[in-house]
Design a protein around this ligand. Structure first.
Ligand SMILES: Cc1cc2nc3c(=O)[nH]c(=O)nc-3n(C[C@H](O)[C@H](O)[C@H](O)COP(=O)(O)OP(=O)(O)OC[C@H]3O[C@@H](n4cnc5c(N)ncnc54)[C@H](O)[C@@H]3O)c2cc1C
Ligand code: SF4
Length: 508
């Protein structure tokens, strides 16, 4: 059991194992634990630090500083500059996410078969089998009554009055206490992020975790991947340390996320017409509702309510979202005395969001300092979905008793009453007028059977290479219309099993 948390300048650290896994998030942790359970030796190499729950920061600012990738400063380059939020920490983005667990919808597999030649079976059955196991292992449940909070109860009421289906959502959380702090890590250790279960299990099974270790490149010999290399980086001072190299006897698994995996493969000299293409997301935004009664949106499960009623038409998923006061303050417009006045409403605000099932695609390239550059703009059809989702949230607020909503659309009044919803319905579709955010990311190393339009085959193996597998959100070749962690984890486990099968049959 070894955890190597970085080395200052000094001699090169050299390790070897059957498999080296780059990244310890939803994909990386799951393929690593599958391989370790199968008896293989595994080294996980993670760019970020190891933080235990008792050591999580206590503020949103601290969360961005200590847990987020580049302070959350990655953004889309396109018509609008929208932040792309991911984590850089052992456990990956599962440390800062809301842990909502949704099974892969059947239409997703049908689409992959139609567009990518990936047969529905055995994929759909294998995903379902792993999702059954994951739900048991990660204690999936809805927030207990004492942890629901008004920010999650009000939309249930609003949706029921409007007559659409919604529910408290199932999350990878054991006995949530409703602190509303998932986005800066669950200090109460109730959320089952990868750093509290599968990564420690890899250690217990004899594996090694190397943290503070951003991989610079994948090492190759001919058309075979043989290991990874890079330099340790101190998480606070950001100073570079010693060089490290991890050699892989059987395979290198890249699971560094939808932005970092394509960038890493590009700077490692992997060539594919599809590499970095087909980047997708579920862009989202929030609409505040203003209530007479106290809501206290910072209490209750962070995202305890959801509705899939509009997944197909107009193509959005609705959710509640608890955020701390400092993030609310950053979202309210205005300045000086006017802004202070607006902040006085804080305890009376409810906040609900949407995730748009967008069809627009973008690209990822490796930029300066190994930072991924994401070019992505929502087209008009997606912007219409995006705006329609905001209107649905506003209607739900009014049905639940809100006196006004704060649309957050540039050019519209700060507050809109129930008779003014047409202002939102007819707002211009220019993305620059909206405060969008990207947190569900897909593509860049998409899977498929045709090397002309995919990077990996349906087992995550990079076309044309041996010993090189991708196992994260970057392989997903479409939007899902639901929260992605469950799908990413199941796929990573399938590919881990496949690697073990290949090992026992003597195939690399
Ligand atoms: C705020 C927020 C809330 C969310 N809520 C939910 C939710 O409730 N339910 C849900 O299903 N999904 C949710 N998601 C999305 C979900 O967390 C991600 O889709 C998922 O974690 C992606 O898994 P991944 O393995 O592709 O990448 P990640 O989990 O991001 O893991 C990638 C890891 O690779 C590391 N890495 C990157 N580059 C390198 C390198 N060069 N060398 C070494 N390591 C590297 C990173 O530091 C990171 O730890 C949310 C996302 C966000 C941002
Ligand atoms: S709401 Fe609080 S207790 Fe519940 S999972 Fe999130 S951080 Fe943990």
């Amino acid at each position: 059991m070894t955890h190597l948390a970085g080395q200052p300048r000094g001699p090169e650290v050299v390790l070897d194992a059957d498999y080296v896994v780059v990244g310890s998030g939803a994909g990386g942790a799951n393929i690593a634990v599958t391989l370790a359970r199968g008896g293989a030796s595994v080294v996980i190499v993670e760019a970020g630090p190891w933080r235990d729950p008792h050591d999580y920061p206590s503020s949103a600012y601290g969360g961005m500083r200590d847990l987020f990738d580049e302070w959350g400063s990655t953004f889309t380059r396109g018509r609008a500059i929208w932040p792309i939020v991911q984590a850089r920490v052992v456990g990956g983005t599962t440390v800062i996410n809301s842990a909502i667990c949704v099974r892969t919808p059947g239409d997703v597999f049908a689409r992959w078969e139609r567009e990518r030649g990936i047969p529905i079976q055995p994929m759909a059955d294998a995903v379902a089998r792993h999702q059954d196991a994951l739900e048991a292992e990660l204690c999936v449940e809805v927030a207990p009554p004492g942890a629901v909070g008004r920010n999650n109860a009000l939309p249930l009421q609003g949706a029921s009055i409007l007559g659409y289906e919604s529910a408290l959502c199932r999350r990878y959380v054991k006995a949530c206490v409703g602190s509303g702090q998932c986005l800066s890590g669950c200090v109460a250790a109730r959320k089952q992020s990868m750093n509290v279960n599968f990564v420690p299990e890899v250690l217990r099974r004899g594996g090694t975790v190397v943290s503070n270790a951003p991989v610079k490149r994948v090492l190759t010999e001919g058309t075979r991947a043989t290991g990874v290399t890079g330099w340790f980086k101190h998480p606070e001072s950001r100073k570079w340390g010693a060089k490290f190299t991890v050699r892989a006897r059987r395979a290198v698994v890249v699971a560094a996320s939808a932005t970092h995996s394509p960038a890493l493969l590009q700077r490692s000299g992997i060539r594919s017409p599809a590499l970095g293409a087909d980047f997708r997301a579920h862009p989202g935004t929030a609409v505040f509702g203003c209530y007479d009664d106290v809501v206290d949106l910072n209490t209750g499960a962070t995202q305890g309510w959801a509705s899939m009623a509009f997944r197909d038409d107009p193509g959005v998923k609705l959710e509640s979202l608890a955020i701390p006061a400092e993030l609310v303050a950053g979202r309210l417009s205005g300045g000086g005395a006017q802004w202070m006045e607006r902040l006085r409403d804080y305890r009376h605000l409810a906040l609900w969001v949407h995730a748009t099932r967008a069809e627009s695609t973008g690209t990822v390239t490796n930029g300066w300092g190994d930072r991924p550059v994401v070019r992505y703009t929502l087209d008009t059809a997606d912007m219409a979905r995006f705006r329609a989702g905001m209107v649905l949230i506003a209607r739900t607020h009014f049905a639940a008793g809100a006196k006004a909503v704060l649309p957050g659309i540039h050019g519209l009044p700060y507050r809109l009453g129930p008779d003014e919803l047409c202002r939102m319905e007819n707002a211009p579709l220019d993305p620059r007028l909206y405060v969008g955010i990207l947190s569900h990311l897909f593509g860049g190393c998409t899977m498929g059977t045709n090397p002309a339009n995919s990077v990996c085959d349906p087992w995550g193996r990079v076309h044309g290479w041996s010993g090189l597998v991708v196992a994260d959100a970057s392989t997903i070749p479409s939007n899902l219309g639901v929260n992605p962690q469950h799908t990413i984890m199941a796929l990573a486990r399938i590919w881990g099993e496949r690697l073990l099968d290949a090992r026992s049959s003597g195939i690399a």
